[in-house]
Design a binder for this molecule. Structure first.
Ligand SMILES: [Zn+2]
Length: 537
């Protein structure tokens, strides 16, 4: 990044009148806020600017406090930026992040009345073959395209749906609006309608013996063509322990959430979940998934299934109340589990959410009391990481890897859940800094959400956005963000010597920094749902 960026970093989508206005400044001069009449309503002296290791900047977060609704100019020296403060500023972007998943739908036409200029005919509707036994042909249509590619993967899908369902359970007021999708107006909230599109597909990915195919993809990634033009054969790749356990957990959770809307659907999901658990019981020797020879689509390999088994046991205990699931969850749980981790590789945090909010004291000393203590302690550590960062970002300088948006949004989730769990608002401001990060308060002065912000990502690694001939990318998708750990050679070359939090290219080929993924949208949905709910109150 050689361009000269503003000395003031803001949430480019605006601020809430009921929450503190946070900005980051790269100048030690006083920060002045003036209203539309030119009156100074606030002046804050930032003091000395500490060096921020992750970005290489001397930068400080300045809390401008609560400002009444209105338009303001924030200025530092000769530089200024406009901000808007209002009630409920983030429902639109939260809605867009949910609808971003609608745009990932596979196997159906995206009609103009829902998709606008991003409409396209149905894709990937041909029958698939089992990779291991190419005599077996199955028609498995549906689900979401996973990321920038057109593959569909069970484990990542399960995690995405779980983030959305917990967002709905814990912050319903911030994520229940209509989204103009085909199911809108059917009596259920659209966040659940959208998640059901993936759940129905997931059910089709189960083999008769209870196991789940790991993924439904072609042998190779498609070139940058529209999904309807991607006609090569899709395969049901071999079953895996991790996909089966993640689906088991997700379907059990979903069976509770959808019960009040569709009892039959809920029943089917619980049955599928129990059948998956049965397969896991009778196949106790964990075999990590590896791509079969000749297959080069996303592997989503995972060294451990213990965290998935923990999550699955928690969710089945929550759904059935059967002691065997509680004791199994306890046996899988260990003190060194990363219970603040919510991504596809380590789902321990999803088991923890289930223990904290769904099971509660019925979990007993280990799964409730002990886990809760450990969770609250980890939230303290997350807040410390945020406080040590010049931009308030809850990610250490050495942790900017592929999809750094995930741990940052995941840490927002933890801090938010601390508040929901305890009623104590001590980490709200740190959580808000993560949400603001996603929308522009960062070292790059970029909003990572397509369609939102004056300086927003434009060239995401996303096949439809790269091949539809439309300048603006498909809206409501979040970029993976800076990465200096696992990079392509061409990225490394272009970003040689660039600090971690700036290791980012808004360039289409840079999947390593600018891809999108369904399971990055979903933790952002969680954060957006919470702050939308809070800013409506
Ligand atoms: Zn498709």
């Amino acid at each position: 990044m050689t361009e000269s960026l503003s000395a003031i970093r803001i949430n480019q989508t605006g601020y809430a009148e009921s929450l503190p206005v946070q900005v980051a400044v790269l100048s030690a001069e006083p920060v002045n806020v003036t209203d539309q009449s030119g009156n100074t309503v606030k002046s804050v002296n930032p003091g000395e600017l500490p060096f921020d290791e992750a970005s290489g900047d001397n930068v400080k977060v300045v809390d401008l406090g609560i400002l009444p609704a209105g338009e303001y100019t924030v200025s530092v020296g000769s530089e200024c930026r406009q901000i808007t403060v209002k009630k409920d500023p983030w429902q639109e972007v939260t809605n867009a992040l949910i609808k971003g998943l609608y745009f990932q739908r596979c196997g159906c036409e995206l009609e103009e009345k829902y998709a606008g200029i991003y409409k396209h005919p149905a894709c990937h509707t041909a029958p698939a073959l089992e990779w291991d036994n190419k005599e077996v042909e199955k028609t498995v249509i549906g689900g979401w395209h996973d990321a920038g590619d057109y593959g569909k993967y069970v484990g990542p899908g399960a995690v995405t749906v779980a983030h959305m369902l917990y967002a709905y359970l814990l912050c319903p007021k911030g994520c229940s609006e209509e989204l103009n999708i085909p199911e809108s107006g059917n009596g259920g909230p659209d966040i659940l309608n959208e998640a059901r599109y993936e759940l129905e597909w997931m059910l089709k990915m189960q083999r008769e013996d209870g196991a789940f195919y790991h993924k439904l993809t072609k042998a190779q990634f498609a070139p940058f063509i529209m999904p309807q033009d991607d006609k090569e054969r899709e395969y049901l790749m071999p079953v895996s322990h991790t996909a089966t356990a993640a689906a088991c957990a997700c379907l059990s959770l979903a069976s509770r959430v959808y019960k009040e809307f569709d009892n039959e659907f809920a029943g089917r999901m619980l049955e599928a979940s129990l059948s998956a658990y049965g397969w896991l019981d009778s196949n106790p020797d964990f075999i990590p998934f590896v791509n079969p020879e000749g297959v080069r689509t996303g592997m989503y390999g995972d060294k451990s299934v213990t965290d998935e088994l923990f999550w699955a046991s928690c969710e089945l205990f929550a759904s059935t109340g059967e002691e065997k699931f509680r004791s199994a969850a306890e046996s899988y749980y260990s003190d060194d589990m990363k219970i603040w981790s919510y991504g596809w590789a380590d789902v321990s945090g999803l088991g923890a959410i289930c223990c904290l909010f769904e099971i509660g004291e019925k979990g007993g000393d280990i799964l409730y009391k002990g886990l809760k203590d450990k969770f609250t302690e980890s939230c303290g550590k997350i807040a410390e990481i945020s406080a040590a960062s010049g931009y308030g970002t809850a990610l250490p300088a050495d942790a900017y890897t592929w999809g750094s948006i995930l741990p940052i949004m995941g840490n927002a989730m933890s801090l938010i859940m601390y508040e929901i769990l305890t009623g104590d608002e001590r980490y709200r401001s740190a959580a808000l800094l993560q949400w603001n990060y996603a929308l522009g308060l960062n070292a790059l002065d970029i909003s990572f959400v397509t369609g939102f912000g004056e300086r927003r990502v434009m060239n995401i690694h996303h096949r439809p956005s790269g091949s539809d001939g439309i300048t603006e990318p498909v809206p409501g998708l979040i970029s993976g963000g800076p990465n200096n750990r696992i990079t392509f050679p061409q990225t490394k070359e272009k970003l040689e010597g660039v600090p971690a939090a700036k290791s980012f290219l808004d360039e289409l080929p840079s999947a390593d920094t600018n891809e999108i993924a369904i399971y990055w949208n979903s933790p952002a949905i969680f954060a957006g749902a919470f702050f939308s709910a809070v800013s409506k109150a």
